[in-house]
Unconditional design. Structure first.
Length: 249
């Protein structure tokens, strides 16, 4: 399988499926093909920061600690024990790197990208420990946080959880890129858990009659302090556009 790369370069974050097989394919093979093309800068880690004069794009690795011990790590009450469950904790090396990067001193509007969700209105487990770890670096600052993991598309208003250190984020679940999209039924989500503003509930049937949701993707454009998200379906038809306009310190 050959993954198409961008004309200027490509980057990729780590996820739970990569770690289910030990991470060998991601770390030993795929990672070495990533980075910028000209000049050539290889992506060396499963986390990175892209920076413009106006924005930070910060990708973190929630996948590395997302699997836990086989079988035992999937049992909810056992999952709460350290070193057994999968809490998506950010590795010490990532935190040390952030302390060198010092985003709390070089304050810019920030887009955070991860595989796992900080919060969810659906009946899914949430992973608040990465947010709590990040809160040290974004005191009194709002961020845009884009994640996947859940096989659906959902847009949230600004929200924070106490268990996440009170980190305030505009959550964007973009987990509808490739896998068959789960169809949520009545009772499978609770808007009181997180302030959802849009959920793509459109469906179609596979050849065997199985109902699935609509796949899609987002095109992000940066123009100074303006970050634009152009959401499109699998046929490249526009769904809607939103813009975040940051400001200087």
């Amino acid at each position: 399988v050959r993954w198409p790369h961008g004309s200027q370069g490509s980057f990729a974050v780590n996820g739970n499926h990569e770690m289910s097989c030990g991470g060998g394919a991601y770390f030993n093979v795929f990672l070495h093909t990533l980075g910028t093309k000209s000049p050539r800068h290889e992506q060396l880690t499963s986390f990175f920061c892209l920076e413009t004069p106006h924005w930070h794009i910060l990708a973190i690795d929630t996948g590395y600690n997302s699997v836990g011990l086989p079988i035992l790590g999937g049992i909810p009450w056992i999952n709460t024990f350290p070193f057994v469950g999968a809490n998506c904790r950010l590795e010490d090396g990532l935190i040390a790197w952030l302390r060198e990067l010092k985003p709390q001193e070089n304050i810019k509007p920030t887009l955070v990208i991860s595989h796992h969700q900080y919060y969810s209105t659906f009946n899914e487990e949430v992973y608040t420990l990465p947010a709590k770890q990040l809160s040290e670096f974004f005191p009194n600052q709002e961020i845009v946080w884009m994640w996947g993991h859940e096989h659906r598309m959902a847009i949230y208003d600004k929200f924070s959880l106490a268990a996440g250190g009170g980190l305030r984020a505009y959550g964007r679940c973009l987990g509808h890129g490739g896998m068959p999209i789960e169809v949520s039924t009545t009772g499978s989500f609770d808007p009181s858990k997180a302030p959802i503003t849009f959920y793509d509930a459109s469906t179609h049937q596979l050849e065997d009659g199985t109902p699935v949701g609509r796949n899609g993707f987002v095109v992000m454009t940066l123009d100074g302090y303006t970050m634009t998200f152009d959401y499109r379906d699998l046929n490249n038809r526009p769904m809607f556009v939103e813009r975040f306009v940051g400001k200087s310190k």
